[in-house]
Design a protein around this ligand. Structure first.
Ligand code: NAD
Ligand code: AHE
Ligand code: ZN
Ligand code: ZN
Length: 369
């Protein structure tokens, strides 16, 4: 069949809207009609050429929602007509990682996923008979996609696609980092670096669990009003305090934060986030994705004296289990997604969504097919 898609033919070039050939679903795979997709900073990061796993030409996008329109042989857990969110972190429930109960990082298809291929080692997209590679096992910048059944979460049918697509990455990443990775407790003090599409979800989860203090740090003052609406209690613009940010934040949090979250992808910020944690117990959670080759640094003394550095992918969420629950939380009014979707665009204008992100003018742009 044919599918309309925004293709990344090369790094640092605008996406091009073209019609691709798409092969049907094979054993264990499903065909999904993507109804809406968010644009996450990670898409921009890969398009920038800084992702060591970036492959071109490819169809980017990993924050989608849609409907299953066909299933391949052997598919048992979902059926035609099911509403789903594609998962860049699948959940097979049988690999060593899934069975460990210690991680959400299912490894069943990770190797082929990182090569832009389906689990059988072939791509489903072609353009002029040349392969077009998949991205993060999802490629939601295409109107139709083929994904393994273990990489879709079935969701309720009354959930609006143009909102819950954001649960495919940003919402789950931010909310999950607080409740599953950090396991932050009521009364805690937290600092969130980067008040974008991820950081604001960290903030709303901190408010949800009853944090005492939620400090937001961003170099862009225009992020302040939205962050306040979502629960931020104190705003800090590092460019404007006129002093070293680490002691400033330690003082503001009365001795250091119980939890800090890096939602910038900047390794210098990651160091600040660790070092403003409370001595003895503060935990710093790295969410941001740093460019290939970048490395984090600190004095080991920071860890010896009890601070903990942790990372979080997809908020520690187990996709097929937790994503439908987060959709329920949204539908029950427990989390706010609507206000974070600042822009809606047709596929033809997808590059404007990237521009808005780079200019710091959007929180989330959502593309509707
Ligand atoms: P975004 O562009 O919406 O937000 C980033 C924010 O950080 C912006 O508000 C920007 O002004 C701010 N910022 C940039 N440099 C800063 C600095 N030095 N100090 C303070 N603030 C600064 O991006 P996003 O979609 O929220 O993504 C944030 C990061 O999280 C990216 O690196 C992205 O790749 C990553 N990410 C990781 C996961 C995961 O599973 N680990 C999932 C989604 C996104
Ligand atoms: N390919 C990148 C890694 C990027 C990365 O860390 N991705 C996150 C999700 S970001 C979503 O917006 C993730 O899930 N990581 C776990 C994994 O297995 O990739 C690089 O730097 O090489
Ligand atoms: Zn993302
Ligand atoms: Zn698994």
């Amino acid at each position: 069949m044919k599918t309309r898609a925004a293709v990344a033919f090369a790094a640092q070039k605008p996406l091009e809207i073209v019609e691709l050939d798409l092969d049907g679903p094979r054993e264990g795979e499903v065909l999904v009609e993507v109804k809406a997709t968010g644009i996450c900073h990670t898409d921009a990061y890969t398009l920038s050429g800084q992702d060591s796993e970036g492959i071109f030409p490819s169809v980017l996008g990993h924050e989608g929602a849609g409907i299953i329109v066909d299933v391949g042989p052997g598919v048992t857990s979902v059926k035609k007509g099911d509403h789903v969110i594609p998962l860049y972190t699948p959940e097979c429930r049988e690999c060593e990682y899934c069975l460990s109960r210690k991680t959400n990082l299912c490894q069943k298809i990770r190797v082929t996923q990182g090569k832009g291929l389906m689990p059988d080692g072939t791509p489903r997209f072609h353009y002029n008979r040349q392969p077009i590679y998949h991205y993060m096992g999802t490629s939601t910048f295409s109107n139709f996609i083929v994904v393994p059944e273990i990489a879709v979460a079935k969701i309720r049918e009354d959930a609006p696609f143009d909102k819950v697509c954001y649960i495919g990455c940003g919402v789950t990443t931010g909310v999950g980092a607080v409740i599953w990775t950090a396991r932050a407790e009521p009364g805690c003090r937290a600092v969130v670096f980067g008040l974008g599409g991820i950081g604001l979800n960290v903030i709303q989860a901190l408010r949800m669990i009853g944090a005492e203090q939620i400090v937001g740090v961003d170099v862009n003052d225009s992020k302040k009003p939205m962050a306040e609406k979502f629960g931020m209690t104190h705003f800090v613009n590092p460019k404007k305090i006129g002093t070293d940010i680490v002691p400033y934040l330690v003082d503001l949090t009365k001795g250091g934060a119980d939890y800090t979250f890096d939602c910038t992808g900047n390794v210098n910020v990651m160091r600040q986030a660790l070092e403003c944690c409370h001595k003895g117990w503060g935990q710093s959670i790295i969410i941001g994705v740093a460019p290939a080759g970048a490395e984090i640094q600190t004095r080991p003394f920071q860890l010896v004296t009890g601070r903990v550095w942790k990372g979080s992918a997809f908020g520690g969420a187990r996709g097929r289990t937790d994503v439908p629950r987060i959709v329920d939380w949204y539908m029950e009014g427990k989390i706010n997604i609507d206000d974070l979707i600042t822009h809606k665009l047709p596929l033809e204008q997808i590059n404007e969504g990237f521009d808005l992100m780079h200019e710091g003018k959007s929180i989330r742009s959502v593309v509707e097919f």
